[in-house]
Each structure stands twice: as structure tokens, then as C-alpha cells.
Design a protein around this ligand. Structure first.
Ligand code: AMP
Length: 401
């Protein structure tokens, strides 16, 4: 294979494609961008080259194929087209790998067919991911393309954590188990946290709190994920921007039988109209904190419910791990919302968890420790970088091939 060092990372959603072209020599971005509203009127492509001006195209992108062709043209205009000898792989984010895909995988027709077979367990995400793969393969059939799965890092969950306590035959027939999501982020952040502590990931136990619009927690023991808060779907676990997280499953029967709601309406309620949005009408933590500060009771309730759930998971994962070396906050809320970190850790000195208020209030884009040096558990803020992790995994795979 060529000695090139560029990897293109693609994250195809149902109506969007995000991309980054990364130079693996130093992890730098040669270009990055986003196509939105694919298949809808008034699409938009925003392309930002490494050392140039941001460029924007407003036009209709009929489908993912048209969108990716436009991305390829933008890259070519910077001398970084898909035919560049520097490009050695395309890394695709794929949400659901089921039980079959537990590591980055070189994409073949058979792999695409298997990812397609997983659509029933990931109806919202896998179809778009497959479209991205097919379009990219059509544009560069000879280039190695690698699927990196959001579920893969959680494949190490022990059976007693991965199983729901339901009839095993029913569970197995419908592939019902806890898969977990955001795995690429949990993997990247748990390793970066060990590095921040100057220790080998194999030696440290970390609780990772990925708090973005979607949110999940994981317990990572010596680099191996042993528990995570999302389950069969990304709906389980923490209170999120628009998802409820944990509810009594009986609530579904109740809303159907007594409330007269259909399954699709309940799905929409729990995934898109719940969480912070459902509690107070806003899902942006900045706005919620501002409103709570002004005494708005709904915003205060949303903030408190969010933090309460987070603390329940923190305590649970402490017990799962037995010994905790670090807690890492990441993603939009985790990296930026100092009051959420402070509230999540308040009063836990007995567990060795403490924050330094001054360190916690510093705004920075760097990985950093925000607990005092004497604290038994290091509390860290570690910016996540899923694209870099995908690029690294894809690059390692093609280099080893
Ligand atoms: P993500 O999904 O990781 O992009 O996170 C998006 C969420 O992060 C937004 O919905 C906001 O709630 C939150 N967020 C972003 N910036 C800030 C900030 N400066 N303070 C508080 N929350 C923020």
C-alpha cells in the first residue's frame, strides 16, 4: 500500500454527512465540513480547509451520493481529492455493530450485508451509515474503507451486565441485550484520561461521563469497558437533551392502554420530546442554567433531575468498579458546564471525590484535572475526539493489512 498518511472520516446521518480529513502524522485536520438537509430543499455544505477560508454552498443535494460528490469536489479544490495518493483509507462511523462487530472492520460486501441485517436493532442510524459506505465505495472502490462501530467498545460487558432479566429465548430470538453506544468516545476519553494521569490505561479504573445532547456513562476497568448506561437502544440511562433515559417500562403500557397513545407516539415522546426538553422546554444546558439562575422553577427541576440521575450512575459505577482512579467529564455539557460538574460531585468527599472550585471554573479546550492534588479520585475534563479515534483505528487496520 502507499505511504500516504491521510484518513477521511465520514459520519453519515439520515439527512447529513459530517467529514474530517485527518493527517495521521500528527492528528491535524487537513479539512473538515458538513452537509446538511440532504434530500430536502435548501441543502447546505460548509467546508473548512486547514489553512483557508470557510466555504459555503447552498443548493439542493438530492441524495447522499450528490452530497458526497460535492464534498469530494471541495476536497479536490484544496488538492486533497479522493484520488490523492496521500489518502489511504476512509473510516466510517457505524452506530450498531451488534454482537458480530467488536472491532474496526475492513468493509466488504459481506460486511455491508451484515450491517444491513442489524437495521432492526438500529432503525434510525444504520440505514444512513450504510448509504454513506455505499456511496464512498462507489466513488473509490479500490480504497480500503473501515467501519468503526459505536457499540464495539462495549462488547466486553460481562454477560450479567449485558443481559436484561427477561426470558432468554425471547431475548435471543430478537437480539435483545444491552449493546451500549458512544463507544468510540468512551474508548478515546478513558485512554486520554489515563494519559493525563501519566499512567498506563491497563492500570486505571475510570468512570466516563459523556454528556452531550445524547448522554451516557461507562465504567472502564483497566481499559476494558465493564458497564455502560445505554442499552439495546440509546434511550436507556441518563437524562439527555430530548431522551428520557431510564423509565419504568410499565410507563409504555400505561401510556398505550390508559393514554391511548400508539407505539410510534410513545417512541417519539421518549426519544424526542422528553429529557431536559420535556421537563422545561429547552434542551440546551446553557439556556437551562441561565433560566435556573433567574429562578425559573421548570429549568431548576430539569437541572436537578439531570444531576440526580448522573449522581445515581456515579454511585452505581463506583460500586461496579470497587476502586475508582478517575472520573472524566466529556462532550458539550461535560466539557463546558462547570456547574453540572460541581453539582455531580458535591458532597462526595467520603468517596474521595472532590473538586477544586477554581480549577473547575477555568474555561479551556485542553484535557485537565479539576480536583485538588490530594483527592483520592482525579476528576478530569477531557475533550472527546471521536473522529480522531475513528481515523486512528482505521489507519492502524490498513497499516497492519
Ligand atoms: P454535543 O452533543 O457533545 O455537541 O453537546 C451539545 C450540548 O452541549 C448542547 O445541547 C448544550 O446543552 C451543551 N453545551 C455546549 N456548550 C455549552 C456551554 N458552554 N455550557 C453548557 N452547556 C453547553
Amino acid at each position: 500500500m502507499s505511504e500516504g498518511t491521510h484518513v477521511l472520516v465520514l459520519n453519515a446521518g439520515s439527512s447529513s454527512v459530517k467529514y474530517q480529513l485527518i493527517d495521521m502524522l500528527d492528528g491535524s485536520r487537513r479539512a473538515a465540513g458538513l452537509v446538511e438537509r440532504i434530500g430536502e430543499g435548501g441543502g447546505r455544505l460548509v467546508h473548512t480547509p486547514h489553512d483557508g477560508e470557510r466555504r459555503e454552498q447552498v443548493q439542493v443535494f438530492a441524495d447522499h451520493s450528490a452530497a458526497l460528490k460535492a464534498v469530494a469536489e471541495e476536497l479536490a479544490a484544496d488538492g486533497l481529492g479522493l484520488d490523492s495518493p496521500e489518502l489511504v483509507a476512509i473510516g466510517h462511523r457505524v452506530v450498531h455493530g451488534g454482537q458480530r462487530f467488536t472491532a474496526p472492520t475492513l468493509i466488504t460486501d459481506e460486511v455491508v450485508a451484515e450491517v444491513r441485517r442489524l437495521i432492526p436493532v438500529a432503525p434510525l442510524h444504520n440505514p444512513a451509515n450504510i448509504t454513506g459506505i455505499e456511496v464512498a465505495r462507489a466513488l473509490r472502490p479500490d480504497l480500503p474503507q473501515v467501519a468503526v462501530f459505536d457499540t464495539a467498545f462495549h462488547a466486553t460487558l460481562p454477560e450479567h451486565a449485558a443481559r436484561y432479566a427477561i426470558d432468554r429465548a425471547v431475548a435471543d430470538e430478537h437480539r435483545v441485550r444491552r449493546y451500549g453506544f458512544h463507544g468510540t468516545s468512551h474508548q478515546y476519553v478513558s485512554r486520554a484520561t489515563a494519559r493525563l494521569l501519566g499512567r498506563d490505561p491497563a492500570e486505571v479504573n475510570v468512570i466516563v461521563l459523556h454528556l452531550g445532547n445524547g448522554a451516557s456513562a461507562s465504567a472502564v476497568a483497566g481499559g476494558v469497558c465493564v458497564e455502560t448506561s445505554m442499552g439495546l437502544t440509546p434511550l436507556e440511562g441518563l437524562v439527555m437533551g430530548t431522551r428520557s433515559g431510564d423509565v419504568d417500562p410499565g410507563l409504555v403500557f400505561h401510556l398505550h392502554r390508559v393514554g391511548g397513545m400508539t407505539v410510534d407516539e410513545i417512541d417519539d415522546l421518549l426519544n424526542r420530546r422528553s429529557g431536559l426538553l420535556g421537563l422545561c422546554g429547552d434542551n440546551d444546558m446553557r439556556e437551562i442554567m441561565r433560566r435556573a439562575e433567574e429562578g425559573d422553577p421548570d429549568a431548576r427541576l430539569a437541572f436537578d433531575a439531570y444531576v440526580h440521575r448522573l449522581r445515581k450512575y456515579l454511585g452505581a459505577y463506583y460500586a461496579v468498579l470497587g476502586r475508582v482512579d478517575a472520573i472524566a467529564f466529556t462532550a458539550g455539557v461535560g466539557e463546558n458546564a462547570a456547574p453540572v460538574r460541581a453539582a455531580a460531585c458535591a458532597g462526595l468527599e467520603e468517596l474521595g471525590i472532590e473538586l477544586d472550585p477554581e480549577l473547575n471554573s477555568v474555561r479551556s479546550g485542553a484535557a485537565r484535572i479539576v480536583s485538588p492534588p490530594y483527592a483520592r479520585v482525579a476528576v478530569a475534563v477531557v475533550p472527546t475526539d471521536e473522529e480522531l479515534e475513528i481515523a486512528q483505528q482505521a489507519f492502524a487496520l490498513v497499516r497492519a493489512a
